[in-house]
Design a protein around this ligand. Structure first.
Ligand code: 5RP
Length: 208
């Protein structure tokens, strides 16, 4: 019997086309998708990874892995989410990869989110924290700015992003307007990226 994550991943295969440049996200649902990619090894033009962990998995399958700088655009980006709403806006970054994920999503023609039905929420960030990637020397400053916004930041101890930065998991931020929150967080000096995906939301959500 296939798990819900595998069922989501299988559905994304329908969107693959010969000669595509594929972007691949990070996390356990994406991992289930990667496990299905071997038959596509010689059919895709190139594959771009959103994290070192994903790159390692793709390398193990001998997929045609390239850096984003080597391709003009990504045709299709497939990634999971921690939360998703009716507008296909998301909270991401449970795996600390949201900054690179957001770059790949922005560079992609089409963004497919593969996430179980249980990830659906009416209001983003009510339960899940918003992960914020910060330059280490700015961590306390950014934390104080988050508090001013009404949030409660928690330092994700022992986690260093692929970019060498720290993560603050921010609870209780007002996310009634996800676009506004995404923008506000982006403007804090020292913030490298945040897990609100509103400006570049998913084009499609595939669930079990
Ligand atoms: C990683 C992410 C993941 O897509 C998100 O955390 C969902 O992970 P999973 O598929 O393991 O539930 O944003 O930064």
């Amino acid at each position: 019997m296939t798990s819900p994550k595998q069922q989501c991943a299988e559905k994304a295969l329908d969107y693959l086309k010969d000669g595509m440049v594929l972007g691949v996200g990070t996390g356990s649902t994406t991992e289930a998708f990667i496990a299905l990619l071997e038959p596509w090894r010689n059919r895709l033009e190139a594959v771009v990874a959103s994290s070192i962990a994903t790159a390692e998995k793709l390398k193990a399958l001998k997929m045609p892995l390239v850096e984003l700088n080597e391709v003009g655009k990504i045709d299709l980006y497939v990634d999971g989410a921690d939360e998703i709403n009716d507008h296909l806006q998301m909270i991401k970054g449970g795996g600390a990869a949201m900054t690179r994920e957001k770059i790949l999503a922005a560079a992609s023609q089409q963004f497919i989110c593969i996430a179980e039905k249980s990830k659906h929420v009416d209001l983003l960030a009510k339960k899940a924290p918003v992960p914020v990637e910060v330059i280490p020397m700015a961590r306390s400053f950014v934390a104080r700015e988050i508090v001013k916004l009404g949030g409660q930041p928690e330092y994700r101890i022992g986690v260093k992003t692929d970019n060498g930065n720290a993560i603050l998991d921010c609870y209780y931020l007002d996310c009634i307007d996800p676009l506004a929150l995404e923008q506000t967080l982006s403007m804090i000096p020292g913030v490298v990226g945040n897990g609100v995906f509103a400006k570049r939301r998913a084009d499609r959500w595939l669930h079990e």
